[in-house]
Design a binder for this molecule. Structure first.
Ligand SMILES: *Cc1c(COP(=O)(O)O)cnc(C)c1O
Length: 854
């Protein structure tokens, strides 16, 4: 721990103001005003991002009791220094560098070994598995989930406790040149693992070699002793030699000069047996891994190399390997029975994991009670009392209203929870059960109706049974929406914007099929400025789910104006008829008309967005309408709250039409200036969709309207690599039949087996789920066990058939990927002559959405 007074020297910053309490100690590091938790000892870093400025949150933090701040040199503090009379404030050149420096200083107080993991794939799994495999020997501090960034690494390292931990395991991930040296300074590893060097093109690097050299910077410094790596990766091997790193290598090939040789004997469904030889220690042994898929085997071999090097007894290693389980690193959000909403996190349950899951719960804006179903918390090193006192402190910021505690330990600590107040000041309601079985025996899902339920349990409590009991029934087809990918794409577009440019995000059409509430909720958390929907109903649904961001409605029916006002929804006005209807719907007392409801003086009419037609020829005022429009605006300026002026481009994604687009933009500038002149003041102006944002950086105006790009499709086809696919549509095999040569499949007998016997799998997806009929008869393919299987015959209403003759391991119940990683939407769309937008929005609402996040 650091005293605040010692910090300015450490950070080479300047002390703007000493805290009222001169003995104030830094206990935790804080980056987000929504995650304050315990304010005493919290040190806030005002980080700046592409469209984010942490300094804006100082007043809110101060009001919550936070007293210690690191700010950027020269940044203006909201309301001036006098607004923070008790605060200690240090100004530094870079608050991010300060965060890293504090973590580095803290790391230096730990004398034990620290293992750093990097590579293109498998970092998190290798880290989690090593933690499982070494937990009997060590008290381990590890990064929660995949906290491996410039910000995540310092926060993870800060959790190292020199009095408690005996080993640190941290992962490091980078996206640009120069980042790894900073992470190395924070982690100061004594050992390292390089998992794999991926083949994926990486936007931030000129070449593979550059990326590799950058990553290897993690393994430097006088303290560094040993790098575990796979000898069979030639680039890595060469680089380790060139940098003269102290290596410890393993290989799968006989005769190679590596420290450990693995000979894989055989692999059956779900297990792999192998022989290991570590000549340097005179050791030979056989092991069985509980996996057969290649990535899991590769990850397990990295771990095995570490255990062998540490000379853990082979019999003991085998015992631990047998208990290794796949890492479900993701929090899944699912629809529950009785309109409940489930956050399923049943993989592990330590404090860091619990804190993350509670953050996810705290982010939900849906109204309704929040229940936490919690098993014993398994945390090595902390005594029961201290542990459950800390658990109790985590509950309030997440707005938990009810706790169901399951397990002997949490039962013994009931008193920590029964006196607890909720965020609303009520007593937390609590129920305790000795075991999962006892809870399930009395479970009635109706008792959880309309609640948000976080299910968080350590593996051995088998909480997946609780999830199964509370979850709505699913048919075999699921649209999985990756919220991390969504955040990633949002940041990608944000980086293109000038500071201060606002971001409106289109969540029309069920958020392009992805699920309106969840996407809107994430956008609210990520501080988007505006949402937009097509119809009033969509906006109402978002408001009723608790979304409070401003929402523009692009095509409101005139009779919905009352609803718009009631739900604070803002109409787009694109014609004189609409403008007149708006004026009639919200008359002033003086001009009250028959039939219209006069406006109660305390409710103002909703702000409006004027749509100008500059060439799309769809909706909006034409340039020829300007004189009349300006007249009306002048006449009613006082009661026409114009929030923005907008236009829409007809061909923002097509270079061939750029001249036309530039004309549209010039027309927009001209028309907007005239409208602003009539209003007598400036208003927000916006014109660009996703493709436009990337292609016309000079026309961002005050706001941009992000759509398809957020969902992972780059309509401008410029940097698809920078976006991550968000949605994955998958279904299951219902049955497999053998089709003898010459027989036909399905309606109209359009599929036939012409080249000998075929194996045909029937999938549980059809056109009623949104799987286009045009994919029939070979136009479409799905992926089964990673292999393409072409469609046979016509797509039916609820089913379709694919050929799996060449995939002998395919079985009923297996998953078939319809689109997602490996089956990119633009390519699929092109096969049937449509666009990715249509495939996304066609996925019918009967298909269950599952939301995942790391
Ligand atoms: C849908 C829509 C957008 C977003 O378009 P994308 O191509 O999905 O980015 C922007 N503006 C308007 C008016 C829209 O209707």
């Amino acid at each position: 721990m650091f005293s605040f007074s010692a910090l300015s020297a450490l950070l080479a910053g300047h002390l703007v103001q000493a805290p009222a309490d001169p003995s104030a100690e830094v206990r935790h590091l804080l980056l987000d005003s929504r995650r304050v938790g315990v304010p005493t000892g919290a040190l806030f870093f005002a980080l700046r991002g592409p469209s984010h400025d942490g300094h804006r949150y100082l007043p809110a933090l101060y009001a919550q009791g936070v007293r210690l701040f690191i700010v950027a040199e020269g940044a203006a503090l909201p309301d001036g220094l006098t607004a923070y009379p008790e605060a200690g404030i240090i100004a530094v050149a870079s608050p991010l560098a300060a965060l890293q420096a504090i973590a580095a200083a803290h790391r230096a107080t730990f004398a034990g070994p620290v293992l750093a993991i990097t590579g293109s794939n498998g970092k998190t799994i290798v880290k989690e598995w090593l933690a499982q495999l070494l937990s009997a020997d060590e008290d381990i501090c590890r990064s929660p989930r995949s906290f491996n960034s410039q910000v995540g690494v310092p926060l993870s390292v800060w959790e190292l406790n020199p009095e408690r931990h005996t080993l640190g395991i941290f992962e490091a991930g980078i996206s640009e040149v120069g980042e790894m040296a900073r992470l190395a300074a924070v982690i100061q590893p004594t050992e390292g693992i390089f998992t794999t060097l991926g083949t994926a093109h990486d936007a931030g690097f000129a070449s593979h070699e550059q990326k590799l050299a950058e990553k290897l910077q993690l393994f430097q410094g006088p303290q560094f002793q040993r790098l575990f790596y796979c000898h069979d990766q030639p680039l890595v091997r060469a680089a380790v030699a060139a940098h003269q790193l102290p290596g410890f290598s393993w290989t799968r090939h006989a005769g190679q000069p590596a420290d450990i040789h693995f000979a894989l004997d055989q692999s059956t469904a779900g297990s792999t047996s192998l022989h290991a030889q570590y000549a340097g220690a005179g050791l030979e042994a056989a092991f069985t891994l509980p996996f057969s898929d290649e990535p899991s085997v590769e990850n397990a071999l990295h771990c095995l190399a570490v255990l062998l090097q540490r000379q853990v007894e082979p019999a003991e290693i085998q015992r631990r390997l047998a208990r290794l389980h796949p890492v479900a690193m993701r929090l899944e959000m699912k629809l529950g029975r009785h309109d409940a909403y489930l956050l399923d996190d049943t993989y592990n349950n330590d404090l860091a994991g619990l804190a993350l899951a509670l953050n996810a719960l705290g982010r939900q804006s849906r109204p309704g009670r929040r229940t936490l179903i919690l098993s014993d918390v398994l945390e090595s090193g902390l005594r029961g009392e201290e542990l459950y006192a800390r658990v109790a402190r985590l509950l309030q910021p997440a707005n938990v209203t009810r706790l169901v505690g399951i397990g002997p330990e949490i039962n013994r600590r009931q008193s920590f929870f029964t006196e607890l107040k909720t965020a609303g000041g009520l007593l937390l309601s609590t129920d305790f059960y000795p075991s999962t079985e006892a809870f399930l025996a009395g479970l009635d899902a109706a008792h959880f109706a309309r609640e948000i339920i976080l299910v968080k349990g350590a593996r051995r409590f088998g909480f997946e049974r609780i999830v199964a009991a509370l979850q709505a029934q699913q048919h075999g087809t699921v649209l999985e929406v990756n919220l991390d990918a969504l955040s990633h794409n949002l940041q990608h577009y944000r980086r293109q914007l000038q500071p201060g440019t606002k971001l409106m995000v289109m969540v029309k059409a069920f958020a392009y099929g992805a699920g309106s509430y969840e996407v809107a909720s994430l956008l609210e958390f990520q501080r988007a400025d505006y949402l937009a929907v097509a119809y009033a109903d969509e906006g109402v649904a978002l408001r009723e789910a608790g979304i409070s961001l401003p929402i523009m409605v692009m095509n409101p029916a005139p009779d919905s104006f009352g609803t718009l006002r009631h739900y604070r929804l803002e109409p787009e006005i694109y014609s004189f008829e609409m403008l007149k209807e708006y004026l009639e719907a919200f008359p002033t007392d003086a001009e009250e008309t028959v039939g219209a409801s006069p406006l109660p003086s305390h409710v103002s009419p909703p702000p409006i967005h004027l749509k100008l037609d500059t060439g799309m020829r769809r909706l909006g005022f034409d340039e020829a309408d300007l004189p009349e429009l300006m007249g009306l605006l002048r006449q009613h300026a006082a009661r026409l709250p114009v929030a923005s002026i907008m236009t829409h481009l007809a061909a923002a994604d097509e270079a061939g039409h750029d001249e036309f687009t530039q004309e549209q933009l010039a027309t927009f500038r001209r028309m907007a200036a005239a409208v602003e002149a009539a209003l007598g003041h400036a208003v927000l102006k916006h014109a660009l969709n996703s493709a436009g944002i990337l292609r016309f950086p000079d026309a961002h105006f005050d706001m941009v309207r992000l759509g398809i790009g957020l969902y992972g499709v780059d309509a401008s086809r410029r940097d698809n690599d920078a976006l991550r696919p968000v949605s994955q549509l998958r279904t299951t095999i219902s049955q497999i039949k053998t089709l003898p040569a010459g027989r036909t499949v399905g309606y109209g007998r359009r599929g036939s087996a012409t080249e000998g016997d075929r194996r045909i799998a029937t999938l549980a997806i059809g056109y009623a789920d949104g799987y286009d009929r045009r994919f029939g008869n070979g136009a479409g393919t799905v992926l089964i066990h990673g292999q393409p299987a072409p469609l046979v015959g016509s797509v039916c209403m609820d089913m379709c058939m694919v050929d799996v003759t060449h995939i002998p391991q395919a079985r009923p119940g297996d998953v078939a990927l319809v689109f997602g990683e490996g089956l990119p939407l633009p390519e699929l769309a092109a096969r049937i002559g449509t666009i990715a937008y249509e495939l996304l929005t066609n996925v019918s609402e009967r298909v269950k959405r599952v939301f995942v996040s790391e």
